[in-house]
Ligand binder design. Structure first.
Ligand SMILES: NC(=O)c1ccc[n+]([C@@H]2O[C@H](COP(=O)([O-])OP(=O)(O)OC[C@H]3O[C@@H](n4cnc5c(N)ncnc54)[C@H](O)[C@@H]3O)[C@@H](O)[C@H]2O)c1
Length: 284
């Protein structure tokens, strides 16, 4: 019988890491939230507090539950604190960085610690292949914002032990999520279907067919919750661009997945959307 998952570590305290920490703490887990940048940790603490206060305002939790959840999270810059039954990686969408992180996490945790990735597109198979005890590597893909969106994809590589996938699925359900088993494939399910939503909108912008506000207005008028440009700003222009690059490679450079130069330039210019104050729109 494996130990119940009580203590987890999250690497990367950005858009996703801070939201995942919120839901994990609300589910009663003890969370170490780690980042290499102290500004990211300060920002994450403010974001978690804002998420929890929002839940109080919506009548979802009490003031007391908010304080308890906040105190279950330790915001840390010390890598050695990342020990426990489950690690969730939510750092930049770059394979080399993830590879190094998984190897370091494997070195300081027992072989039955589950090592999961919140990657949007990097093959779990590839991450597992470079990690000791690859059978405990699994994808745990939350959606943005993680404390609101119900869906979680649980991604199994060929190396993943089915019991590991079942354990993280059960944990996601304890967090109040709708968790679904998915096979490892480029972009898994949701990102594969959603990619053209971003890329076609960017192509239309490049071709001068309509501006961002018009495209967003039309898409929301046709029933989508958010237009593609507002959504890319929420996701993070850089995260969305790196995901496009990784999917393009995984699909052997099929033209329909070609990344956008507009997005590449915005990524390089630091216009990363809401998190940087400016993307396709400006934010306070
Ligand atoms: N943004 C989304 O909508 C979304 C949705 C689902 C999945 N994802 C995936 O989640 C992951 C994180 O994306 P994000 O949008 O939160 O990115 P982000 O840029 O908001 O945050 C990433 C954080 O990781 C930190 N970081 C970078 N290298 C690190 C390292 N070696 N160790 C520890 N911290 C490190 C950065 O300082 C930053 O704070 C990516 O793999 C992305 O594809 C993103």
């Amino acid at each position: 019988m494996k130990k119940e998952i009580r203590k987890i570590g999250i690497a990367g305290a950005g858009t996703m890491g801070s939201g995942i920490a919120t839901v994990a703490a609300l589910a009663g887990l003890e969370v170490q939230l780690y980042d290499i940048r102290s500004e990211a940790l300060d920002h994450a603490a403010a974001t978690v507090l804002k998420n929890l206060s929002g839940a109080v305002k919506r009548g979802k939790i009490s003031e007391e539950a908010k304080d308890q959840a906040f105190h279950r999270i330790a915001f840390t810059g010390e890598f050695s604190k990342l020990t426990g039954e489950l690690m969730i990686e939510a750092i930049l969408e770059k394979f080399e960085l993830k590879k190094e992180l998984f190897q370091k996490l494997a070195a300081q945790n027992s072989p039955d610690c589950i090592l999961s990735s919140n990657t949007s597109s990097i093959p779990i198979t590839r991450i597992a292949a470079v990690t000791p005890h690859p059978e405990r590597v699994v994808g745990l893909h939350f959606f943005n914002p993680p404390h609101i969106m119900k869906l979680v994809e649980v991604i199994s590589a060929p190396q993943t032990d089915p019991k590991v996938a079942d354990r993280v699925k059960a944990l996601a359900e304890r967090m109040g999520k709708r968790a679904v088993h998915v096979k490892d494939a480029p972009g898994f399910i949701v990102n594969r279907v959603a990619r053209p939503y971003y890329l076609e909108a960017l192509k239309m912008l490049e071709e001068g067919i309509a501006n961002t506000a018009a495209i967003d207005r039309l898409m929301t008028a046709s029933g989508f919750k958010m237009g593609p440009f507002r959504l890319m700003d929420l996701i993070g222009i850089d995260s969305n661009h790196y995901t496009s690059c990784s999917m393009y490679e995984s699909f052997f450079y099929e033209a329909r997945f070609r990344p956008s130069r507009i997005q590449q330039q915005m990524t390089e210019a630091g216009k990363h959307g809401r998190k940087s104050g400016e993307g396709f729109y400006k934010y306070d």
